[in-house]
Design a binder for this molecule. Structure first.
Ligand code: CTP
Length: 409
């Protein structure tokens, strides 16, 4: 990114700094923000002070650094601070402050300002990979998103622990580019998916045999959910048609959730919402066959063998491909175990998709049940985009970034 002098001229940024090694980068972040023309006020948590000195930050920001809700002489007006700012940016956001924000705790000034802020709140998490991937952290991040806060994705690289992985705070230049693009730019580059209607399918489908049994598959729904979350962070208006999943779902104002069980229910929901959609991403593992007959009563064990007649389900992606109108973008997945590339390319044709995202069960760390995935994106005009194995959240980011670059930039 080219950091232009005056790029953030007049913008008021309230920068929260919490207790994380990455706080050293906040010193440079303050310098860049000021250089870009922003007015910066810094709030630190008490443990943030253990990592960088308030004196350095007040010198660079040209404002006093605030830490305590009150001292002997005065009380910091946390409500006015939140109203003063155009954006409250918390960078780095530690695991502990994240958990407190997700639960509405208010035991320091930064948290009091967060809870009373009327401006957009943007956070740049920083932590070790194992902490970042912990389910508690994930659910806290989901909570923040459901509150309408924006999360700047973490980066992959060397970590303070000496390990290599995900959890690094985004670099200061990238943070500035992110807030500029998403909150301050007034050109069409600003939030390219804003007001775009996107239909996403995720999860497995269950095809009932009788009142107690079904035919299903191992899809967890994680990939489709990560895509829906990523789209919502870009301002898209998402309709998520979700098959039965064990993953807890949190409310997100930008995601309209439709729960379904069977392939037929998923088909019907998609047909209803596709007409109004600008983009559709079919990430669900839809059953290809369903029992011809669902028994009303439990099938009892009798003979040596049991034959169940299955009939083909309707192919949702293929049907959307047939109905696709000019301007609509259609994206499908291909989950393969052999001849991967050939089958993925064939699916581009047979389903009239614009993009097919291939994941192969032969790749370690890809496919069902795991938190990571490895994908290649095939574009209908022959372009290919290959990505390394990474968490499904980062894969979702690559997918959405590729779609924006190809169709909405
Ligand atoms: N798909 C769908 N409806 C179906 C079956 C699949 O919408 N009834 C979609 C999936 O969501 C995915 C794409 O089609 O985006 C490819 O799914 P996949 O299971 O890889 O392939 P199939 O079309 O089912 O073909 P096959 O099982 O022979 O590979």
């Amino acid at each position: 990114m080219v950091l232009l002098k005056g790029m953030l001229k007049g913008k008021k940024i309230l920068l929260g700094i919490t207790g994380s090694i990455a706080a050293y980068k906040s010193v440079y972040l303050v310098r860049l923000l000021v250089k870009a023309g922003a007015e910066v006020k810094v709030i630190m948590t008490p443990s943030g002070k253990d990592f960088v000195s308030p004196l350095t930050l007040s010198t660079l920001s040209r404002n006093p650094v605030l830490v305590d809700l009150f001292d002997e002489q005065s009380w910091s007006n946390h409500v006015m601070l939140g109203r003063w700012a155009d954006i409250m940016l918390i960078a780095p956001l530690s695991c502990n402050t994240l958990a407190k924000m997700a639960n509405g705790n208010c035991d320091n000034l930064l948290l009091a300002v967060y809870l009373s802020a009327t401006c957009p709140v943007v956070v740049a998490p920083a932590m070790d990979e194992d902490m970042w991937l912990h389910s508690a952290t994930k659910s806290n991040i989901e909570k923040l998103v459901s509150f309408g806060n924006t999360v700047i994705p973490v980066e992959k690289g060397d970590l303070a622990s000496g390990l290599h992985g995900e959890g690094r705070m985004s670099e200061p230049e990238n943070i500035i580019e992110f807030i500029n693009t998403n909150f301050f730019l007034t050109t069409p580059q600003k939030r390219p998916l804003k007001n775009k209607k996107v239909l996403v399918t995720a999860g497995p489908t269950y095809e009932p045999l009788d009142p107690v049994r079904f035919i299903g598959n191992h899809s967890s729904g994680k990939m489709g959910l990560a895509i829906a979350n990523e789209l919502s962070m870009h301002g898209a208006d998402v309709t998520l048609v979700l098959g039965p999943t064990q993953i807890p779902i949190t409310n997100n104002n930008n995601i309209h959730l439709i729960n379904v069980t069977t392939a037929e229910e998923m088909y019907n929901a998609c047909m209803e919402h596709y007409k109004k959609s600008d983009l559709a991403i079919m990430a669900a593992a839809v059953a290809d066959y369903t029992p011809l007959k669902k028994e009303e009563k439990k099938i009892k064990k009798k003979d040596k063998s049991l034959n169940i007649e299955l009939v083909k389900t309707k192919d949702i992606l293929k049907t959307l491909g047939e109905k696709k109108k000019k301007g609509q973008v259609l994206v499908g997945f291909a989950l393969e175990t052999f001849n991967e590339e050939q089958f993925a390319k064939e699916k581009l044709q047979t389903k009239n998709a614009d993009l097919i995202i291939l994941n192969s069960l032969n790749d370690k760390g890809a496919g069902f049940g795991v938190d990571t995935n490895k994908i290649t994106i095939f574009e209908k005009n022959g372009e290919e985009f290959k990505f390394e194995t990474q968490s499904k959240d980062l894969v979702a980011k690559d997918i959405v970034d590729t779609i924006i670059k190809l169709y909405y930039a």
